[in-house]
Design a protein around this ligand. Structure first.
Ligand code: KG4
Ligand code: ZN
Length: 343
């Protein structure tokens, strides 16, 4: 089946044309990041308006990249949530409009479901697997028994990992969103120079907490002065921060794998493109024999191809949504399992 998928949950307007939920034929992402950078974060109302301007051109570009027209498309997929409702509504409405006029089957997909299946566009992970989703809004551990079959094992109790990267980058004067900048500077720094906390490392749960880590960096900056915001100290601080986040993520993931007796691991979401985390997870895989699946960096951050994986599966199995489907700001992933499979 050839699907057209649309994703507008945050600040990227994205559309993709995917064959059988596995092969990307067209994948277009229009980022608003430069617009929101001025405000130090995503401004929801601006995001909605920019999606409205970009959504049709982005869809057209995805179709032409794939060398197809709407006549060739057999199913329509869109992100239903979670995310900014005004932003989601733009992509969802465009998708429903196309499905209506073309009389095509339509389905709404969970954004996180998209992230954790994104790697299937390169190499499918056999079920069951453990998934760590680390993005701007999520730091969650799930057990995945099939498409649409998700159980949550743990989550962040405060900031998401990406949020911690972005807030720390802002307080170090590195701009927004600064996860990638910290990653780059950390690569040239000494992670042993500053001792930072490893929150909840040994609490026995599969939950995370990152707000204290950001506060620890703020306290260090106050104590040491603005000198730590430049040159070698800055690189060392970025490396120390990244090492702290990585150590907690790797340790909790290792514990969850052991608890579930699972030997396959998917790491997904924007922060999965972080080189320190990728190296840390590769180390875990080497030590434990767990098979590791991390998508290429371009498929880790928000895109529309990723939601086509689950979307194609649902459409092929007749699990469509009708055109009254609404966008949702919050939507725990395990609810998908109840809605799709009645489990
Ligand atoms: O998955 P994503 O694109 O959007 C959400 O669904 O949130 O994730 C965006 C997050 C941002 O917080 C961004 O700073 C972070 O992922 N991020 C990174 C890196 N690339 C993106 N964080 C650390 N290192 C990176 N290389
Ligand atoms: Zn995302």
């Amino acid at each position: 089946m050839l699907t057209l998928s649309i994703e507008t949950s945050c600040d990227e307007t994205a559309a993709a044309v995917v064959q059988d939920g596995r092969k990307i034929l067209g994948n277009v992402i229009s980022s608003q990041v430069a617009i929101h950078a001025e405000y130090g974060g995503v401004v929801p109302e601006i995001a909605s308006r920019k999606h409205l301007e970009a959504v049709i051109p982005v869809i057209s570009e995805a179709l032409s990249q794939a060398g197809v027209t709407l006549d060739d498309i057999q199913g329509i997929v869109a992100t239903k949530g979670p995310g900014l409702v005004g932003a989601l509504l733009v992509g969802l409405s465009a998708a429903k409009g196309i499905a209506f006029v073309r009389n095509l089957p339509f389905v709404g997909v969970h954004h996180i479901e998209g992230h954790l299946l994104a790697g299937f566009l390169e190499r499918s992970a056999p079920f069951p697997f453990l998934a760590l989703v680390v993005s701007g809004g999520h730091t969650h551990l799930y057990r995945v028994d099939g498409i649409g079959r998700y159980s949550q094992l743990g989550q962040t109790l405060d900031d998401a990992a990406g949020e911690a990267f972005d807030k720390t980058a802002t307080l170090l004067g590195l701009g927004y969103p600064g996860g990638m900048v910290i990653d780059r500077l950390a690569g040239e720094g000494n992670p042993g120079r500053y001792s930072l906390p490893r929150p909840l490392l040994r609490d026995g749960s599969f939950n995370f907490s990152f707000s204290g880590l950001k506060t620890a960096v703020a306290t260090l900056v106050r104590r040491e002065g603005d000198g730590v915001k430049e040159g070698e100290p800055l690189r060392d601080l970025c490396a120390s921060f990244q090492a702290a986040v990585t150590e907690v993520l790797v340790a909790k993931t290792a514990a969850a794998l052991a608890d579930q007796g699972i030997s396959r691991l998917v790491v997904a979401g924007g922060v999965a493109s972080n080189s320190g985390l990728r190296a840390g997870m590769a180390g875990l895989s080497r030590r434990s024999g767990v098979e590791l699946f991390i998508p290429s960096p371009l498929l880790c951050t928000d895109n529309a191809a990723m939601i086509a994986v689950a979307g194609d599966f649902y459409l092929e199995n007749g699990m469509t949504d009708d055109l009254t489907l609404d966008a949702v700001a919050t939507w725990p992933l395990p609810m998908v399992t109840r809605q799709r499979w009645n489990l």
